[in-house]
Ligand binder design. Structure first.
Ligand SMILES: [Zn+2]
Length: 332
């Protein structure tokens, strides 16, 4: 199958389907609902029910431009232009999915953003056998190695309890969708009173509808911090630091694998855990897929593709790393 890598997404001209197209197009697969993937007005969108639901909530769509949304629950096949499309879990955030495209004799997997380790709250990834793999490599260097789910959970709750015992407010910085809810879920599960920034709180009901519990959290709008952990978005950290409140910050991120993250984000505790795969997970994912052809997109594309070639695979980096990716400024 022909695969064209373009700045606005990946195009499959044989079946007229885009993968995560960032501009308006006729037909696209939407791998997950992060805002850098789930935007634009398209003619027809394929995605999991959660991804499409959050997209519709996030993007105000004029009624006369409402796209045709084809919901694809995990494992359910959809016929489209002579190919079979199937979504499989990617564990990145709620609803995130890989896409299997079966075309003639070829099986192609597009991972979207993915991790292999079990998420703090969400379903685990299925590694799907394929001939050709299009895989992300946000953390495709061996310096990026992360904690397991259990280790991350223990570090998060221990940090919160230590701070609270000293009369300090523990602050966790998370992204609005995914990491934020995972941290809140872990804190609530441990019985720690938790106040949540509105940008994160707005997506908690989506996780609750998927069956995850969030007992005892409250919106931060109440401004009460005594005896509570706070979960906020990155932009809010500066406000808190300037507010003179007695706080201590934990940075839960893949970027926290590097010591310089401490000064870069002003965090006292670094908890290297991500909704992306670390270096070892990426290698495992490629190995287990059985793919002989690999296209590496996003992040450290060139070095990761080179390493795969050294391991005997036909690997390419068709899209060079962006300046933003090189600076480590994308979510992770
Ligand atoms: Zn993402």
């Amino acid at each position: 199958m022909q695969v064209d890598f373009r700045p606005r997404g990946i195009h499959l001209p044989d079946i007229d389907l885009w993968l995560d197209c960032t501009e308006d197009c006729w037909n696209t697969w939407m791998s997950h609902a992060h805002s850098d993937h789930a935007h634009g007005l398209h003619g027809r969108i394929f995605g999991t029910p959660e991804t499409l639901g959050i997209y519709r909530e996030r993007v105000p769509i004029p009624p006369d431009e409402c796209p045709e949304c084809t919901e694809m629950p995990f494992g359910q096949e959809v016929e489209y232009h002579d190919v079979r499309l199937t979504a499989f879990p990617a564990s990145h955030i709620l609803g995130a999915a890989q896409l299997l495209i079966e075309y003639k004799e070829e099986r192609l997997i597009y991972t979207g953003d993915i991790k292999l380790r079990d998420p703090l709250c969400g379903v685990s990834t299925d590694v799907v056998a394929c001939d050709r793999l299009i895989v992300e490599s946000t953390f495709g260097l061996p310096i990026y190695r992360f904690l397991t789910r259990e280790q991350a959970r223990d570090r998060i709750t221990a940090f919160a309890r230590e701070c609270l015992a000293e009369g300090v407010t523990p602050v966790f910085v998370g992204y609005p969708l995914g990491r934020g809810q995972e941290i809140v879920h872990v804190l609530c599960d441990d019985g720690i009173p938790t106040a949540v920034h509105g940008s994160i709180a707005r997506f908690i009901p989506w996780y609750q509808r998927a069956g995850y519990r969030f007992d005892g959290w409250e919106p931060y709008e109440n401004r009460a911090t005594d005896g509570r952990a706070l979960v906020v978005v990155p932009d809010f950290r500066n406000y808190l630091q300037a507010s003179g409140k007695n706080i201590r910050i934990a940075y839960v991120s893949g970027w926290a694998a590097l010591d310089n993250a401490r000064t870069r984000v002003g965090a006292e505790a670094l908890i290297p855990y991500s909704d992306h795969a670390d270096f070892d997970e990426l290698l495992k994912l490629v190995d287990r897929s059985g793919a002989r052809e690999v296209d590496v997109v996003h992040g450290y594309t060139e070095p990761f593709a080179r390493l795969l070639r050294e391991r005997g695979l036909n690997a390419r980096a068709p899209m060079p790393q962006t300046a933003r990716e090189a600076a480590g400024e994308q979510e992770g």
